[in-house]
Design a binder for this molecule. Structure first.
Ligand code: SAH
Ligand code: SF4
Ligand code: F3S
Length: 465
């Protein structure tokens, strides 16, 4: 996933004065944050802002950070520390903090880092041009305004997204489309229900319109996003129906969706993995733990057996499905037996890839107050063991691709300029040497590649055309 995005700017309220304003957006966290940053960039472009590659060239800097774990959330303050001298040099500079950290910490951010001028949550970024106008007007009168906008109108956000159809700023043949916001699950470790609010589904027609607009710009792969994307529902339709309708769009070759909750999986969506030809054979289905006691304490509302039964159904529908998951080790009260149950579940599923984390207590979540917190050294040792197993499984999955010919959607030229990379149906990056093939002839096309070698995080091969 791209870790940062750039943006641009112009005079916010159309006033006279310097008319070349620039902007830089730095993104952390999940794909939903990346999507939000892209939409902010579009809103700012509309308002005339020009994107630049670094904060020191920008009049407007937006940090769009993640609150999921302590380390992620703290990054924003070190970044703000680096911005302080830049703001001292450029008195026009506006600094904004967006996203889940903004939602969780609100005005506290300004109290802790007075360099910040505005704080706005994930549901309010459509107000960005108006906020910039307010800041410019107040500064013109000699004031130093501080704006905090952290209301929760998710449906308003979706309405604004629709009111502003997407401009062609796509840099990739693969695009994200947010279809669902928020979470009602309240896993006891997680901040998302507090930072993103309750579950809201975006209207079907809006999603289809956005997908069509993206395809018209050359996009041929769309990943539908939502914290619980498989909870998407609109006018009696569920995600399988939406995927079927999207599959009918000519030129849209690949569909993906993330992230799913095991509880919201239904038979029709499982069947779609066998029936919908555009739906890629890859599923991110977080389980978090293999211990029923821990799953209960996490409020996941499913057991390890429920999860394994789901995996079995998916594999019956799509035998070559690549599975991915998230894991937390060292959740309060996790014993050696609980951890062994997680390792046993991993052994049984055989993942193609996975993300794993040490439990990080988050203020305001129930598990943070539990007394039986696990020692950091124990967490670290368990994470090491789990990651060794997951890495071995990932490598085995990669090795099993050697000798196969996989369709690869080509996207990026390597830094050295002699290799092109893309993604396999199973989402692995695949590198091919360009030889005398022109990079432009490959970009955005899905072409067969014979896989020759497996690496820890990617595959490599040769074009078989
Ligand atoms: N909505 C998705 C993912 C949400 S956050 C889901 O339910 O699967 C992404 C991942 O971060 C989670 O799946 C979890 O593994 C991890 N995570 C969330 N809160 C955490 C915490 N307090 N400490 C460590 N990892 C956490
Ligand atoms: Fe967080 Fe659980 Fe909701 Fe996922 S389902 S976002 S882990 S509360
Ligand atoms: Fe992070 Fe918010 Fe996404 S907390 S993981 S950016 S929903």
């Amino acid at each position: 996933m791209r870790a940062s995005e750039n943006s641009k700017t112009q005079q916010p309220s159309g006033k006279t004065g310097d008319n070349d304003k620039t902007c830089f957006i730095k993104t952390y966290g999940c794909q939903m944050n990346v999507y939000d940053s892209q939409r902010m960039e579009e809103a700012l472009s509309e308002a005339g802002y020009r994107p630049v590659a670094a904060a020191d060239e920008a009049d407007m800097v937006i940090l769009n950070p993640c609150h999921i774990r302590e380390k992620a959330a703290e990054k924003v303050y070190s970044e703000l520390g680096r911005l302080k001298p830049l703001k001292q040099q450029n008195k026009h500079m506006v600094i904004g903090v967006a996203g889940c950290v903004a939602q969780a910490e609100g005005a506290e951010i300004i109290a802790r880092a007075p360099v910040v001028d505005m704080v706005f949550g994930p549901q309010t970024f459509q107000q960005l041009p108006a906020m910039l106008g307010e800041i410019a007007d107040a500064r013109a009168q000699g004031n130093k305004p501080k704006l905090v906008r952290t209301e929760f109108p998710a449906s308003e956000k979706f309405a604004a997204l629709q009111a502003a159809p997407r401009k062609p700023v796509t840099r990739s043949p693969s695009a994200f489309v947010t279809v669902q916001e928020g979470c009602d699950k309240f896993c006891t470790f997680c901040v998302v229900p507090y930072t993103r609010g309750e579950e809201v589904s975006r209207a079907r027609a809006d999603i289809i319109a956005e997908a069509r607009a993206l395809v018209a710009q050359g996009v041929c792969e769309i990943t539908l996003l939502g914290q619980n994307v498989n909870a998407w529902a609109h006018d009696g339709m569920r995600l399988d129906g939406l995927l079927a309708q999207l599959g009918e769009i000519e030129g849209l070759e690949r569909l993906r969706f993330t992230t799913s909750h095991p509880r919201d999986m239904d038979a029709a969506l499982i069947a779609a993995h066998g029936d919908n030809e555009k739906l890629m054979p890859y599923l991110h289905l977080p389980v978090q733990s293999g211990s029923d006691a821990i799953l209960k304490a996490m409020n996941r509302k499913h057991t390890a057996a429920d999860y394994l039964a789901l995996v079995k159904k998916f594999r019956a529908a799509r035998p070559d499905l690549a599975l991915s998951s998230d894991f937390i080790v060292g959740f309060p009260g996790e014993t050696e037996e609980d951890f062994a149950a997680t390792m046993a579940l991993v052994e049984e599923v055989r993942y193609a890839q996975a993300f794993s984390f040490k439990y990080s207590p988050r203020p305001g979540t129930p598990a943070a107050d539990a007394e039986n917190q696990v020692d950091e050294a124990v967490k670290a040792a368990r994470l090491k063991d789990l990651q060794a197993l997951l890495n071995a499984q990932q490598m085995a999955f990669h090795q099993a691709q050697i000798g196969k010919t996989l369709p690869v959607l080509f996207d990026k030229l390597s830094k050295s300029g002699d290799q092109m990379s893309g993604r396999s149906p199973y989402l692995q990056p695949v590198h091919v040497p360009l030889g005398d093939v022109d990079a432009a002839a490959l970009r955005g096309r899905i072409l067969p590649v014979e896989i020759e070698a497996a690496h820890a995080n990617s595959l490599s091969g040769i074009l078989s055309i």
